[in-house]
Design a protein around this ligand. Structure first.
Ligand SMILES: Cc1cc2nc3c(=O)[nH]c(=O)nc-3n(C[C@H](O)[C@H](O)[C@H](O)COP(=O)(O)OP(=O)(O)OC[C@H]3O[C@@H](n4cnc5c(N)ncnc54)[C@H](O)[C@@H]3O)c2cc1C
Length: 471
């Protein structure tokens, strides 16, 4: 039996490696199945992704149900030179280098539990932001996550982790106490400041290059008041420069847990008109205080408003439409130090022109601004996450169905990115928003040389090279 299995294995792998054809799914599945728990499902199609642009093209999908299964799949694939990639929330928008291999769907590892004193959250590597927030709300704590329900909690944290609570508690990476990590050799390690500290540093900022996090212990912040002001103001396009000025004026005055985002977006059905949307967030406040904190933006004169104090488990509801899966969404980004109102009529015109193309009306441009005082009080050298000095993230996301628009979409996104970043001394791109054409220095900043050293040690064969690979 053993001989037969080994023969099948080497035969399957030989076929896979010697040809550009797909891996022999039935044989490989047969070989993997006995290694894994009975609850593991093997299939040929993964869960739908947020963007179909540059999406991974696996021919085997393994829905893992235990961290031991993750280790076994990685060990097997590494040993046999079979490419593989972990997927959690499936919202990563940069192109993935996986056209023939195994997708390890870690979404079933979605348990979120808390220590008895509620100061620590144990977050499964597959938990979504919604699952994490729902569990945290029920436990009476706050946990730093991204702001959209569909995002993988750990996926966002591994790149840095922006979110509504960073002004109060620091970035996602600052809130991690330890990880369970499957390395390129298929070992399951506990990684913390005292156990493999080099990996602990690298994974917090460049995680997908070093392993698969099966769970993380994160700080939990017990509090009885888990409410926040969530503001949404719509402005007509003729107010573009005034809105930009108001948002820029607010930027240096943001209160600790206050943020402001500006969107060029779609008003939604039935009109589907291009509009400016300004959203705002302020933790643990009153309506009166919140309106005062955003008074400069209100003064521009919104066309309509939908705002209120919401409980923790509803903070992200307004962004659920942004989570809509499928369609092509080749996002681009650039870090900026400030907004320049003079640039924005041109940006608006380019945006309005692109979104008028068939099926492209949901295209969006976003500027995200947080109070960064608390995150900047934590030394940049404490993790591989670079660019704490960047004041705001500008994102442009062409959103359409027809691949025939790819070229125009790319030209539009690059042009807008270029205008927005025209006054910046250095190009920076937050890895979780980056496109992939920025260069590694722009993405990993001054962490790059040390990351390269750690990569050589822990992943010398580049098993985890599918997304912003460090080479
Ligand atoms: C609608 C939307 C909202 C967003 N909001 C925010 C936000 O508020 N804050 C923010 O910081 N970012 C945000 N992002 C960016 C998001 O953080 C990144 O796209 C992130 O990589 C997504 O992780 P994922 O697991 O959802 O996606 P996936 O596509 O499944 O994963 C992306 C990459 O991370 C790797 N990965 C995921 N989980 C693990 C794991 N457990 N261990 C090892 N590698 C893993 C994957 O292998 C892949 O390389 C948003 C993106 C979208 C589309």
């Amino acid at each position: 039996m053993r001989t037969t299995l080994c023969w099948q294995l080497s035969n399957a792998v030989a076929i896979a490696m010697s040809s550009k054809l797909h891996l022999p799914m039935d044989q490989l599945s047969e070989l993997l199945r006995p290694l894994l728990s009975g609850t593991v499902a093997l299939s040929t199609e993964g869960p739908p992704r947020w963007s179909t642009f540059g999406a991974p093209q696996p021919n085997i999908v393994v829905d893992v149900t235990t961290e031991a299964d993750v280790a076994k799949v990685v060990k097997y694939c590494s040993k046999n030179n079979i490419p593989f990639l972990a997927q959690n929330g499936g919202v990563g928008w940069a192109a993935f280098n996986l056209s023939n291999g195994v997708l390890i769907n870690i979404a079933p590892l979605n348990e979120v539990a808390f220590s008895e004193d509620k100061t620590q959250a144990i977050v499964g590597g597959g938990a979504s932001v919604k699952q994490t927030i729902d569990a945290a709300h029920a436990a009476g704590v706050l946990v730093v996550t991204g702001n959209c329900n569909c995002v993988g909690t750990i996926g966002a944290v591994l790149g840095g982790g922006y979110g509504n609570l960073i002004g109060e508690y620091g970035f996602g990476v600052d809130n991690v106490l330890s990880f369970n990590l499957v390395t390129a050799r298929g070992e399951l390690l506990n990684v913390s400041p005292t156990s493999h500290p080099d990996l602990f540093w690298a994974v917090r900022g460049a995680g997908p290059n070093f392993g698969i996090v099966t769970s993380a212990v994160m700080k939990a912040h017990p509090t009885s008041d888990r409410t926040a002001w969530n503001m949404a103001l719509i402005f007509t396009p003729d107010k573009i420069k005034q809105v930009v000025q108001a948002v820029e004026d607010l930027r240096p005055q943001l209160l600790p847990a206050q943020n402001v985002f500006m969107y060029l977006t779609n008003s939604g059905p039935p009109d589907n008109q291009p509009v400016i949307l300004v959203t705002g967030f302020l933790l643990q406040t009153t309506e009166e205080e919140a309106r005062a904190a955003f008074s400069g933006v209100y003064a521009v004169g919104p066309l309509s408003e939908n705002s209120g104090i919401l409980p923790y488990d509803q903070w992200n509801t307004g962004g659920d439409a942004f989570c809509t899966r499928e369609m092509r969404k080749p996002g681009h980004t650039i870090g900026i130090s400030k907004l320049h109102p003079d640039q924005w009529q041109e940006i608006w015109d380019l945006y309005a022109e692109f979104r008028s193309k068939p099926g492209a009306e949901n295209s969006v441009m976003i500027v995200e601004i947080y109070n960064l005082e608390k995150p900047r009080s934590i030394p940049e050298s404490s993790s591989a996450f670079a660019h704490r000095d960047v004041n705001a993230q500008a994102l442009v996301i062409p959103w359409y169905a027809d691949p025939a628009l790819d070229e125009e979409a790319m030209a539009f996104a690059k042009k807008v990115r270029g205008i927005t970043g025209a006054n910046e001394e250095k190009t920076t791109a937050y890895v979780n928003f980056a496109h992939g054409d920025e260069g590694l220095e722009a993405v990993y900043g001054e962490s790059l040389p040390r990351l390269k050293d750690i990569k050589r040690q822990w992943d010398p064969k580049g098993r985890f090279n599918q997304w912003f690979p460090i080479k």
